[in-house]
Structure formats: C-alpha cells, structure tokens
Design a protein around this ligand. Sequence first.
Ligand SMILES: [Fe+2]
Length: 208
Amino acid sequence: MWLYKFLDIPQLPPELEQRVMELYQTPDRESQLINNNSYANAVKPELAGKTHPKDATAIKNNRTVRNSRGFRYRLDSEVYEWLEKNLTSEYTDCGLSVITGPDGTLIPHTDQTRLYALLYTFDAGGSAVETVYWQEHNKPLERELREFGSDYSQLDPVERVQFPLRTWVLMNTNVMHSVENLVSDRVQIQMGLNAIPESWKYSLVKEI
Ligand SMILES: [Fe+2]
C-alpha cells in the first residue's frame, strides 16, 4: 500500500504563486471560503453523524489537544486554468489550504470528502512540522472517511515525513494521518481526488 507519491510535474509558475499569496494575504479571504462548517455534511450527508473536525480532540502525552483546522479558499481563475491544464479537472475540491489552530496539531484523521489529496506546500507552518501516518491498534491501516484517532497511545506511527516545499505530493488520505509541531499557518494548494489520473507519473513512491 502506498502512503504518498511525489508527482512528476512542473512547479507552479511564479506569477501564479504570486496570485495565491495575494489571496492568502487579502483581508477579504473569508469571502472565498469553500469548506465552511456545513461543507462536509453537504458533500457526504451519510457521514453527518460522525465527529466534526471542529469538535475533535486527542489525548497526546497525557494532555488533551484541540484540533487545528484546514480551511480551503477559492483560487484565482488563472490558477484553476493552470491546474486543470497541467493536472486534471476531475477533482472533488481545490483551493488554497490554510491549516491553523490553537495547539499546533492537526490530529490523526482520515479526510472527510475525498480519498486522496494532492498538496503543494508554500509554507510548512514551522521548521519541525511533520506529516505522520498512523495505524490504530487492532484496526486496518486503511480506514473509512472521517475517522479520528482520539488517543495517541492507541496509535503506532508508520511513517513520519516533512514534505518539501513547492513539490506536488499525492497523499493516500485513507490512512490515518496527522500534522505535528505547527507553529504558524501551513499554506498549501490542496486538490481532493476520488480517482487518480492514469497519466500521472511519479518521481518517488513511499509504500508500506
Ligand atoms: Fe487530511
């Protein structure tokens, strides 16, 4: 089973990165929010009874940590045009992702509305930030959508990785994963996918 792959396509052109940074910095960013609090329940109503990310907590080192949130914002149309020309238009959602929160942790979870996520990181959110994949005791490595690991003592790390900046990384978000050691906003483009284009080629594949 693969955990992540580095997709072999060009970096976003500098002038389009500039558009993304302007969106990140604009005071009006919230008007472009894609995934408000009702978004996931609207996309996947069958999962509406599950814990919402805003309410999720986890016990880590005998302390309760509150969840960070991954907010996604609508990008400039020229950025979408580039992404659709160079990657795919068959995505579930795509936007500027800003992961932020009070305790520096996006707690272990599977994604809510998509099976895979393509990431392109502008700012990791700190020099020690890691993406960690987990296996919960007595549970399969691949899980259902919108699951949370609420107690780190019940989780074994299966991979720790610092994704490089300005590199297209495809994540298998069926495997529980967290982001650790955040000290500032984690700023990325994220594209959600339920199927992976067969034409995509990879320069690195991490399997387990
Ligand atoms: Fe995730």
